[in-house]
Design a binder for this molecule. Structure first.
Ligand SMILES: C[S@@+](CC[C@H](N)C(=O)[O-])C[C@H]1O[C@@H](n2cnc3c(N)ncnc32)[C@H](O)[C@@H]1O
Length: 283
């Protein structure tokens, strides 16, 4: 049976839970409280930005609540576009996930490879402002018993600090670049967010495919569309609407134990915008 995003998330949650200090009751109370504040933080995303991921309790809450659905939606997006699917027929695939620290983008790609029996060796660079995510995903291949070559790298860029944007990244070599729920997270930084996106999109090689998936709010996608157009990217797919995870049973089987413990459900539906873009090859 094909791997589900929830199964991978369950493995990561088990490992992260073990890393949180304190006895079981203390950990559970902290996680419940983080889940409640996270829902509140995301209601005011435009003004204050997202949660503070430097705390492992907050990282656990994010992975539990959001990673399965975000990775599932990215997995679906890959399958909706012929040029993107074509990338998975290559022998080697190099991806860069900007704002990919929590691993959703990588899990979505792995789910696509697993479902389609696609076997490129995968190099995945995660770029994120929060170093705390690094340990979560660095030994994923080992945890998953993934049989194909998989290498992950972690690069720290803080959008609010332009001095970090030149930390060495291989984005100029990437075949596939993902921005999943990242533009909305940095939107509150204003000009710095725009300049960062401009800087990164300018570095793409001809033929690189960009996948954008985010909340369905015009302020986020119009900003991204404008910057993508300035960078000369062609639009292959562009739409917005309601999305959900179809197999609800997936959640119950894999992470039901945590849902029960925290009396909280993982996200299973949302109103989204999505884009597939390509840097033109020279004519
Ligand atoms: C909503 S999460 C999205 C994660 C993942 N791509 C997904 O789809 O679930 C936003 C990510 O942006 C990162 N982030 C937030 N502010 C940032 C900043 N100023 N610079 C760099 N990364 C930032 C966070 O650490 C987090 O990993």
């Amino acid at each position: 049976m094909a791997m589900t995003c929830f199964e991978v998330v369950k493995q990561v949650l088990d490992a992260t839970y073990a890393d949180i200090p304190g006895d079981e009751a203390t950990r559970d109370a902290a996680i419940k409280s983080a889940l409640a504040s996270m829902t509140k933080d995301y209601k005011d995303l435009t003004h204050t930005g997202g949660p503070d991921f430097s705390d492992p309790v907050v990282r656990f809450a994010y992975v539990f609540k959001y990673v399965s659905s975000h990775s599932h939606w990215l997995y679906e997006l890959i399958g909706w576009n012929g040029s993107t699917k074509e990338l998975f027929r290559q022998k080697k695939l190099r991806m860069v996930a900007i704002g990919g620290g929590p691993g959703s983008d990588l899990v979505g790609v792995l789910k696509y490879m697993d479902t389609m029996s696609a076997s490129p060796s995968l190099h995945c660079e995660l770029i994120d402002g929060c170093l705390g995510w690094k340990t979560t995903w660095s030994d994923l291949a080992h945890e998953l018993d993934w049989s194909r070559p998989l290498h992950t790298d972690y690069v720290t860029h803080d959008v609010g600090d332009p001095g970090t944007w030149d930390a060495p990244s291989n984005i100029a070599k990437a075949d596939l670049v993902t921005l999943s729920f990242f533009v909305s997270e940095i939107y509150h930084l204003g000009t710095a967010a725009e300049d960062y996106l401009r800087t990164m999109l300018k570095r793409l090689k001809p033929g690189a495919i960009v996948l954008f998936s985010d909340n369905n709010a015009p302020k986020f996608y119009t900003m991204f569309d404008r910057i993508a157009a300035e960078a000369g990217l062609e639009v292959l797919e562009s739409d917005q609407g309601n999305r959900k995870i179809y197999d609800w049973g997936e959640q119950k089987d894999a992470i039901g134990v945590y849902a029960k413990k925290f009396e909280h459900q993982a996200r299973l539906s949302g109103s989204l915008s999505w884009r597939v873009l390509r840097k033109p090859t020279a004519s």
